[in-house]
Structure formats: C-alpha cells, structure tokens
Write a protein of this length. Structure first.
Length: 299
C-alpha cells in the first residue's frame, strides 16, 4: 500500500492551491521591489497564538506603506483560521503576506491595482535550532546598522529584509548563529529577526521602539509575563558594553521563540544557560502559549 504525502494547501486571494502550484506573478511588486508586508505567526496545539495582534500589526505595516488591504481585519482572521483548518495543522508556523500586487516594471505603486493576500501554513522548528533553548546561541555584533527610523524602519514588517540579511550573512561568515544590530546612534536595537532582552540586577531591559526595532508580539508577551511574575521591566537604550556585561541575555521572536544567548562576540554571557530569569520566562511562556485565551482556537 502506498502512502500519499499530502502537500500543504496555500491560500492565494481566496483560493487554495497545492504548495507546488502556489505561484504569483513575476510582475508582482512584492517580488520586484520587496513592496509588501508580512507576518509570521505560530499555532500551538490548535490555538493561533496572538492572531488578532499579528493581524492588527499587519494592517499597521500596510498603512505605513499606503497599501490598502482588500479585506477587513475580521475576514483576514477568518481566512487564516480557515487555512490552518484545511491543513489540519495543530502545531505550525503561518506566513501571512500581502504584496502590492501586479504592476509594470516601474516603481510606481499606482500601477498595481490589487494587492495579493497569501497564507502559507507549514511545520517549522524553532529557527535558531531546537537545542538553542538549552545550550543558548552565539551572536556577533554586526557592522551593518539597523535601518534608521527615518528610512526603511523595521517598525514596518515589510518584505524588504536585506538589512537583516546582510547582518545574518556576517554572522554566518563569523561562525555565529545570529547577529545583533546596533541602531544608527550605536545603541543595541535587535537581532536579525528577533527582539533582545538583557538582565541587570534582577531587572529586565529591552530597547525602545525608537531604536528602529520591530515591536515584537513575543516581546510584548515577555514583558507581560515578567511583570506578572514580579520581574521589573524597563524599555531603554542599551549600550553594547552593557549588553556584553549583562548577567543574562535572550532573544524573542515568533520563529525563534525565547532563546538564551550564551556568547556575544567571544564574550561569555552569565554563569548558566539559560539564566534563572530567562528560565522562569521560558517556563511561563510554555505554560500560556496554547491557552485559547491567548489566541484564536482553530482546531
Ligand atoms: N524583530 C524583527 C526584525 C523581526 O523580523 C521580531 C523582531 C520578533 O517579532 P515577533 O512579533 O515575531 O515576536 C521579528 C520577527 C521567522 C521570522 O521566521 C520572523 C520575522 C521575520 C522573518 C522571519 O520567525 N520577524
């Protein structure tokens, strides 16, 4: 008896296509210019974690690039849930993409009449490796600075990720797992696709949105968890030296989840990996992530 491996079904503009047949035009400005926005979302035990928060951020990113998404927030939430259901994915990663749509070979977005909405659901291991949460990751501080807030700011989750990709390439060339990017002033901003936290004297510090970071959904959840379990949190500028001399550092992101940092540019961070505060936050995150109160139950 042969087993049929079913391909994931991808949502494109209201229709479902098998993964191998899911294609968009080469004239789409998302492809030609990175002109579009996206979200990465996780499903934990059938619950789409913080779905409304992700969709609302998607609409804010779209607004910042003057892209009118051709459906309501409620319809977008329903479409994501429907795509998770048709794929029967109880534990998965969702990539939600809205492109500017098909235009001509010029930049002018007015030539693109209809944005495309794409929803991909697939399995995905933690992007920095499943073992990272026990052994921690090695980071460098990249020579590529985070794009400033007066340019292609990472407050907008756009399809243009070259700024992060350049830093990631530098990390790979140095044999590290990922890179920390400084903002244009020289303060710590974030990693290539994750926010950063440091611990000093029992207090949690994280850079403010004004450092040009993506206001991460996981970052907000971690700040909420910390306050709930009695750990003070401060959003403020962090210098590279403060980061290197912190007692604990960890990264947060939908793809990465919560990952302790073991080393930065050859400097060992803290005494144990994960540090005690990082461990407490990871444990609480694991406890709440599949609670239907923290998302939308799809399955
Ligand atoms: N900063 C940046 C620059 C990001 O791209 C985060 C922080 C974390 O945000 P959330 O909301 O996920 O806590 C991101 C996350 C992936 C992936 O596969 C994630 C992102 C971008 C590309 C890939 O997880 N964004």
């Amino acid at each position: 008896m042969s087993t049929v491996v079913q391909e994931p079904l991808v949502y494109i503009d209201g229709e479902f296509y098998a993964k191998s047949a899911a294609k968009i035009s080469v004239f789409d400005h998302g492809f030609l210019y990175g002109d579009g926005v996206f979200e990465g979302i996780r499903v934990y035990d059938g619950v789409v974690f913080k779905l409304r928060e992700h969709v609302e951020r998607l609409y804010r990113s779209a607004k910042a690039i003057r892209l009118d998404i051709p459906m309501t927030v409620e319809d977008m939430i329903d479409s994501v849930v429907k795509t998770v259901r048709v794929n029967g994915s109880r534990d998965a990663y969702i990539r939600l993409v809205v492109t500017r749509g098909v235009g001509d070979l010029g930049l002018d977005p007015r030539k693109c009449s209809t944005p495309s909405v794409i929803i991909i659901v697939e399995r995905l291991e933690p992007i920095l490796g499943a073992k990272a949460r026990e052994s921690g990751v090695k980071l460098i501080i990249s020579s590529t600075r985070r794009d400033p807030v007066y340019a292609t700011s990472h407050e907008i989750k756009s399809l243009n990720y070259l700024n992060s990709i350049l830093a990631k390439l530098e990390a790979i060339a140095a044999g590290a797992d990922d890179a920390i990017m400084l903002d244009s002033r020289g303060f710590v901003s974030e990693a290539t696709a994750a926010n950063i936290f440091a611990v000093w004297d029992g207090t949690l510090f994280t850079p403010p949105v004004a450092a040009g970071i993506l206001p991460g959904i996981t970052r907000a959840v971690v700040m909420e968890i910390a306050r709930k379990i009695g750990i003070p949190v401060q959003e403020r500028d962090i210098t590279p030296t403060e980061l290197l001399t912190s007692s604990e550092v960890f990264l947060t992101g939908t793809g990465a989840e919560i990952v302790p940092v073991a080393m930065i540019s050859g400097v060992k961070i803290g005494k144990t990996v994960p540090g005690p505060i990082t461990k407490k936050i990871i444990d609480e995150f694991d406890r709440i992530k599949s609670d239907p109160a923290n998302g939308v139950k799809a399955l």
